[in-house]
Ligand binder design. Structure first.
Ligand code: PLP
Length: 485
């Protein structure tokens, strides 16, 4: 037999689970970010693949020797960079089941459970997040688990192109298509217009409302009107709920109202923030989504589910298959032809598809919606504490309105607002060099800004407290240095 004997798998599988458990238990003691030079990993490993088997123990040895020291530990309690990529142990259990089954869920008929469990979970989450029932299968729409919010935006754009022009599938694009975003919109939209063949010229960057980072509905209305007058065709408007830079929130209701006047598809990108709607007090993040065509939020960022699990709902269950379905003879089957089933291959670009719903199911099963709410609430409360500390400390200022569990801050020096950004940069570099926390930055109005994204599975009050102490002490050192200079 080529494969492992199931009993041997049982033994080795336990060893792998033990390894993961040990890794997670000791994670807080590792530096968050590796200290390796480019090429170090490659230099550690033999160039040729082994001719003879080496066994799992040897592999785990290499993971300890090479992989761990060269990894950024995204599950570390001191990880405050980018957005979190929660890979809860609950979700790993579901992921293991999915790999164990090893099914392909491209068609209903290739594994009915892979499709229908996903349908049940997405309908359930639509309800748990307070989405319009029109986004459920019962309501004529439906949800799917995409590999990423980037893919979700791409397929939403393809559905929008199809709806906007019945011969798009035949003739492709004609160069008049326009897509409306803001300067804060995630780069995946800029990528999607290129992938879809529209070119960067299709991207219309709408101005923010004065004094804010959020899309101005007035500016959107003017841009759409001017484009239509010039013979161009608005195909998609993409408001963001929780931008990647600062967590800014576009006014979905007003934006959708403008877009609908022209029949333009509205896709809401709530990749990071959308899951907060699981808490009734944060339901406002889905306000206005009853007016939009598609809505996306990542379970793989803040909602405890190991990458990849991006949840995408569409109001019209036929929209994605209409744009994407192509059926070669070898995929024909009675179930698909009956029209009674969903074939998720028609909701995405690739054909093949993992049984991703199992890891999401394992998370809800393990924690209940109550546990998910506590997780989100806990991080928002920690961000509120940090916000208070920043407000009260003359050495810091908020660089953008705090948004859920994201706090953007800058250093204020004795000489004023850190005019050349150098103090803010240095503070970030010092914190990151310590190895106990990882921060990333953005630029707001041309100014360098530290982002503190609270949300790692393991992050608790003690870690945010320790980060604040580090930020303060770094700021004091920088200020001391300035005085001496
Ligand atoms: C992270 C992020 C994305 C991209 O998410 P992926 O799932 O990694 O593709 C898109 N939009 C926003 C607002 C994000 O924060």
């Amino acid at each position: 037999m080529t494969d492992l004997d199931p009993d041997e798998f049982r033994r080795l599988g336990h060893a792998v689970v033990d390894w993961i458990a040990g890794y997670r238990a000791g994670l807080g003691d590792l530096p968050v970010r590796p200290e390796v030079e480019p090429g170090w990993v490659r230099a550690q490993l033999p160039a040729a693949l082994p001719e003879e088997p080496g066994g799992l123990e040897a592999l785990l040895g290499e993971v300890d020797r090479v992989v761990v020291p060269a990894s950024t530990h995204w599950q570390h309690p001191g990880f405050f960079g980018y957005f979190p990529a929660n890979a809860s142990l609950h979700s790993l259990l579901g992921d293991m089941l999915s790999g164990g089954l090893g099914v392909q869920g491209m068609l209903w008929s290739t594994s009915p459970a892979a499709t229908e469990v996903e349908q049940v979970l997405l309908d359930g989450f639509a309800d748990a997040l307070g989405l319009d029932p029109a986004f459920t299968f019962a309501g004529g729409g439906g949800g799917s688990i995409q590999d990423s919010a980037s893919s979700a935006a791409l397929v939403a754009l393809l559905a929008a192109l199809h709806r906007g022009s019945p011969d798009w599938r035949e003739s492709g694009v004609d160069g008049t298509e326009r897509v409306y975003v803001t300067a804060e919109t995630h780069s995946s939209l800029a990528k999607a217009v290129r992938v879809a063949g529209l070119g960067a010229k299709a991207l219309r960057v709408v101005d923010p409302a004065p004094g804010s980072l959020a899309m101005s509905p007035t500016a959107l209305a003017a841009a759409m009107k001017a484009d239509i007058a010039a013979g161009l065709r608005p195909v998609l408007v993409c408001p963001t709920v929780g931008t990647t830079g600062t967590g800014a929130i576009d006014p979905v209701r007003e934006v959708a109202t403008v877009a609908r006047e022209h029949g333009t598809w509205v896709h809401v990108d709530a990749a990071w923030a959308g899951v907060a709607a699981v808490c009734p007090e944060f339901r406002w993040v889905v306000d206005g989504t009853e007016l939009v065509d598609s809505f996306c939020t990542d379970a793989h960022k803040w909602l405890l589910t190991a990458f990849d699990a991006s949840l995408l709902w569409v109001r019209d269950a036929d929209a994605l298959p209409g744009a994407l379905s192509i059926t070669p003879e070898y995929l024909r089957n009675a179930a698909s032809e009956s029209g009674a089933v969903v074939d998720y291959r028609d909701w995405q670009v690739p054909l093949g598809r993992r049984f991703r719903a199992l890891k999401l199911w394992a998370v809800v099963q393990g924690l209940g919606l109550r546990g998910l709410r506590e997780h989100v609430r806990g991080h928002v409360a920690l961000a509120a504490d940090l916000t208070e500390w920043v407000r009260e400390d003359p050495a810091f200022e908020l660089a953008a309105p705090p948004s859920l569990a994201l706090v953007c801050l800058r250093v204020v020096t004795g000489r004023g607002a850190d005019a050349d950004d150098s103090a803010t940069r240095t503070v970030l570099e010092r914190v990151n060099a310590s190895g106990t926390a990882l921060l990333t930055h953005t630029v707001v109005d041309g100014r360098y800004v530290i982002r503190v994204a609270i949300g790692s599975v393991a992050t608790g009050p003690e870690h945010v407290g320790a980060l604040w102490a580090q930020l303060r002490s770094a700021a004091e050192d920088v200020e001391g240095g300035n005085r001496c200079a």
